[in-house]
Ligand binder design. Structure first.
Ligand code: OFO
Length: 170
């Protein structure tokens, strides 16, 4: 059994991961309607990864004999003024998720919950990669986004992203 604070934080994290999936699908829709199907693809896959993260946290609670509590998922709809805005928003969101996972890590350290610390290690690394990906998206957009032909090629590059299941197996 896990400490009740850890269980509460992980239940909240499940909701945050599902919200992330919802948020990224909304961003994908924004690009789809503008015809940028590479960006759409990139965010659809990002959404699938976030759903996977939610399911990993869910399985972790169940494997440790704890009930899973799903809360309602907030409306992710935002008005984006330009193509760069969702990229900036997604970086901010990843930084927020990183701090949320760090807070669970801190709580697990306080109660010497080594099992949860080990489980969270994968997420700590994953967040590092996701922040880097979001920063790269902004950098590339800043470099090429104002030129229509370059933006087309960038969109093609993002269209090539394929879904890969998480490397964490629990
Ligand atoms: Fe769930 O990986 Fe980022 O947010």
């Amino acid at each position: 059994m896990l400490d009740k604070t850890i269980v509460k934080l992980i239940n909240e994290q499940i909701n945050k991961e599902f919200f992330s999936a919802y948020l990224y699908l909304d961003m994908a829709n924004f690009y789809a309607i503008k015809g940028l199907i590479g960006y759409e693809n990139w965010f659809v896959i990002q959404s699938q990864e976030e759903r996977d993260h939610a399911l990993l946290f869910k399985t972790y609670l169940l494997n440790n004999g704890h009930a899973v509590e799903f809360g309602s998922i907030a409306d992710p709809t935002k008005k984006y003024e330009n193509f760069k805005a969702p990229l900036v928003e997604s970086l901010k969101h990843e930084q927020y998720i990183t701090s949320s996972i760090n807070a669970i890590y801190d709580a697990a350290m306080q109660v010497k919950d080594y099992r949860t610390i080990q489980f969270l290690d994968w997420f700590i690394k994953e967040q590092g990669e996701e922040e880097k990906n979001s920063e790269d998206n902004i950098l590339k957009y800043d470099m090429y986004g104002s030129d229509a032909k370059a933006l087309y090629l960038l969109d093609q590059e993002l269209k090539a992203r394929v879904y890969a299941p998480p490397t964490l197996v629990i």
